[in-house]
Design a protein around this ligand. Sequence first.
Ligand SMILES: Cc1cc2nc3c(=O)[nH]c(=O)nc-3n(C[C@H](O)[C@H](O)[C@H](O)COP(=O)(O)OP(=O)(O)OC[C@H]3O[C@@H](n4cnc5c(N)ncnc54)[C@H](O)[C@@H]3O)c2cc1C
Length: 397
Amino acid sequence: MKMSCIGAGPAGLYLAILMKNRDPRHDVTVYEQNPEGVTHGWGVVFWDDLIHALQDNDPQTAREIVDQSFLWVDQIVDIKDQKPVRGTGGGYSMRRQRLLDILAKRARELGVTIRYDTEVDPATDLSDSDVVVASGGVGSRLRRQRASEFGTKVEQGRNKYVWLGTTRVFHAFEFAFVPTEAGWLWFHAYGFEHGMSTLIVECAPETWTKLGFDELGAEDSLARLEEIFAHHLRGHKLLAQTRDNRLPWLNFSQVTNERWHNKNVVLIGDAAHTAHFSIGSGTRLAIEDSIALARHLHEKPTIAAAFHAYETDRKLAISRTLKDARYSARWYENIGRYTHLAAPQFAIAMLGRRSPLVAMLPPRVYCQLDGLTRNVSVLKTMRRMAGDFYRRAPRSL
Ligand SMILES: Cc1cc2nc3c(=O)[nH]c(=O)nc-3n(C[C@H](O)[C@H](O)[C@H](O)COP(=O)(O)OP(=O)(O)OC[C@H]3O[C@@H](n4cnc5c(N)ncnc54)[C@H](O)[C@@H]3O)c2cc1C
């Protein structure tokens, strides 16, 4: 099979790996508009579910990713000048570029051709490929060119966000919320390697304009953010990938497609669907898409049947995550409902933001309900443990 992947993100590269892994006779080329070693963004987080999927499909890649990951532990919610609330949990993180390097190295080992510095014009004749994979991410030009065939919808989120780095290493996943005279600003941050963390700042558009971010140059914007988050940065710097001396502020783009394939072109990863960054799942979804597509291309009798099965499977599989992501995005867009809460309640509402109940109920009622259900589940666990104990105990007891 001749396959061309347009975009060397996690989706395109991992698909290329799986195709060659399954059958070295495939002719697979991945095109990437950026030069080698250049990408957007800083570190990404992921959890065991991704590692298990990688282990099942290419143990060598899984091993490299686990070996080179940063481990973060616990979540901290820090609002205004109240005592931070610490919750349990943990996961992995890695510099996005490092992840791409691991995938590209493995793909080349298996015989994939990667052409960097090569932007594929969607008008290019790609009919000599049996399969053309639109793996160009959220802004995929190939998808945009065939938007009516795919039934593409792109909705812009309300808030402004910017993906930054910092030299302060956050060992926990930290959320910080700070009031300013122009409104609230917040970030979430996590370490991703020795000496580096991701720090994503978000705010309402009015706050953004009032603070002058629409006009300030990159250096002044970073200085203003460093001042606002001085307490959390502890003297460390913020770092940005700038363009034309501006910070890369964006609105989140929610991409959906009614159809994921058209003739020999198939959508994958962010080109097919996006999940709000506040739930850190886009990379996992992109890789799971690759796994499903590679499997169906090898199991189904025709490419058309494989595309159909892939689309059906994946639409179902991602629906829960996409719902979670929408509720989470909305929570941040309605943050004013929660900022009056004391830190422990605020943390409950924030950590529960994927549930529709948080938005439906008055915040205090939600928090009470959360406490009640926690107590009920603790009680249930205690009763189950007690039951187990009595069942196992000698009769004389
Ligand atoms: C702020 C932020 C934080 C995030 N944090 C996380 C996180 O913590 N965890 C997580 O799992 N996900 C996270 N994500 C989401 C994640 O980055 C994406 O979901 C994931 O990268 C999608 O992979 P992809 O391969 O589909 O696309 P991408 O990674 O976007 O790759 C697409 C590639 O295609 C190239 N390309 C595009 N058009 C062309 C063309 N015409 N010719 C050649 N090349 C082309 C691009 O240059 C790019 O390299 C985050 C996203 C954002 C915005």
